[in-house]
Write a new protein. Sequence first.
Length: 140
Amino acid sequence: MRILIVDDDYHDAEQLSSIARKEGMEVRLLDNLTEAVRSLVAEPSDLLLVDAHLPGLNGATTLSLLREVAPQTPIILLTSQASPPSIHLLLQAGAFRVLEKPISRETLLGAISAAGLSRGVIGPETPRSRPSDLRKEVIP
C-alpha cells in the first residue's frame, strides 16, 4: 500500500511513517498541501493521511483541494482539536476517517486497514485490524 502523509509537524509525520513502514507500506512524507497536490498528480497514492490543520487551511478546504486530484483516494484526517460536530462535518465533506492525535499504533493500523479494504487493497494484518475491531479504535 502506498501512503502519502502530509503534516507540518515533522515529529508526528515521522511517527506515523515509522509505524506504516514497519508494516511494509511505502510511505512518502510532505509538509504542505501544495507539494502534496503536485505529488499526487505525478504519482497517485492508495491512502492519504493528512493533518486537518495545515497552516492557512482548515480540514474542509484541505479535503476539497485533495479531492480535485485524488477523487477516489481515501483521506484520513488527523487532528488534535476534535469535537463531535467538527468530526461530523469533516466526514460529511468526504473524510474517510478523522483520527485524534496522539494516534496509537493500533488505531492507525486499524484505519489504514479499513481504507485498504474499501479500495480493495489489502491492509496490514494486525490483531486489532479485523473489521469487527475497527469501531473500538477509529472515530466514526
